[in-house]
Write a protein that binds this ligand. Structure first.
Ligand code: AVJ
Length: 315
């Protein structure tokens, strides 16, 4: 049993309000649900970023190439690299020298991706890193002085609170060299109904994605959640730009967790806070870059301006 996972789950569920961390969504079943989410009509984010990459790949390449022998394209939370492949293919076709360093804490995700890229892009030089993001970056900085381009795509940044995002960007600024770059995908504030629908899809995949964490806790932490006694409740607040999801207890109930059978009590209608998917404005993005010491090289949008990939350079 993963001690850290158990501790986090128990601490989250004895807190008030109760909470579970969305970073635990991604076990094997969770990865599959998220891949299904990316295919949903309502989940516009993936299509937008795909469109941006296809449209602007040449501009990205112009900015990425450096005087060094090669540049490192380091992707934080690479997953299946669905959209990154648009860039990888194009960069290879252009014959530029670069190395792709996908970074993911999920060993199974990273192994699968390396295998997949080996098949689909055999000429690509891939050095996967199964580490925490900053550990991997520290290791790479020791090994190579060449330019680093960090990719943090798909609105993964949205899973951080604004404060956590500030800490994340500042930490990156400490570890990078002037001239290194960062390409981040931000989902923008827009029609609230559109945003809510992306997290409340008609097929119920997002619901199952959330409930899967309870199933994972049952499987891995010997818990006895009756998953049918919880339902998915997503909200979007158009003022602060926060899409949040909750699981609500349908009744007063008890759940046992772990070998010690720690008992967690739920009131009827009590929520567990599961995830934040924060939406931003361009002004917010400018402020993030300025506070962390980056210059914005360019903002690249899809045609509806739902999403932006913001390219920054460390000053
Ligand atoms: C992977 C964090 C970008 O917040 O939009 C999708 C995860 N959650 N549907 C997001 C997610 C519910 C997704 N990110």
């Amino acid at each position: 049993m993963d001690k850290r996972f158990l501790e986090d789950v128990i601490n989250g569920l004895i807190s008030s309000p109760k909470t579970l961390s969305s970073k635990y969504f991604y076990d094997e079943a969770g990865d599959k649900f998220f891949q299904e989410i990316m295919m949903l009509d309502e989940y516009y984010l993936t299509d937008c970023e795909y469109e941006i990459f296809t449209t602007h790949r040449a501009v990205f390449l112009e900015h990425f190439v450096s005087a060094c022998d090669l540049f490192h394209l380091m992707e934080f939370g690479a997953g299946d690299a669905l959209k990154t492949k648009v860039l990888l293919k194009y960069f290879l076709d252009q014959g530029v020298a670069f190395e792709y360093n996908p970074i993911d804490i999920s060993a199974s995700a990273i192994d699968q991706l390396a295998e997949d890229l080996h098949q689909s892009l055999p000429e690509l030089s891939v050095h996967p890193m199964n580490h925490e993001y900053f550990k991997a970056l520290e290791e790479m900085s020791r090994k190579s002085t060449c330019k680093k381009v960090i990719l943090f795509l798909g609105s993964n940044i949205g899973n951080f609170s604004e404060k956590e995002a500030d800490v994340f960007f500042s930490r990156l600024a400490e570890l990078l060299q002037p001239g290194d770059q960062l390409l981040t995908g931000f989902d923008l504030k827009k029609d609230p109904a559109l945003i809510l629908a992306a997290y409340n899809d008609s097929k119920g995949v997002t619901r199952d994605f959330n409930l899967n964490l309870l199933r994972r806790i049952n499987r891995e932490l010997y818990a006895d959640f009756n998953v049918g006694e919880f339902y998915h409740y997503p909200i979007y607040d158009p003022i602060d730009g926060a899409a949040k999801s909750y699981l609500i207890s349908r009744k007063k109930q008890e759940v046992r967790i772990g070998a010690n059978h720690t008992i967690i009590n739920f009131e009827k209608d009590e929520p567990i806070f599961m995830e934040i998917s924060q939406k931003y404005s361009l002004k917010d993005i400018e402020n993030f870059a300025a506070r962390a010491g980056f210059r914005i090289t360019g903002n690249y949008f899809d045609k509806s301006k739902y999403f932006v990939n913001s390219l920054w350079e460390l000053l």
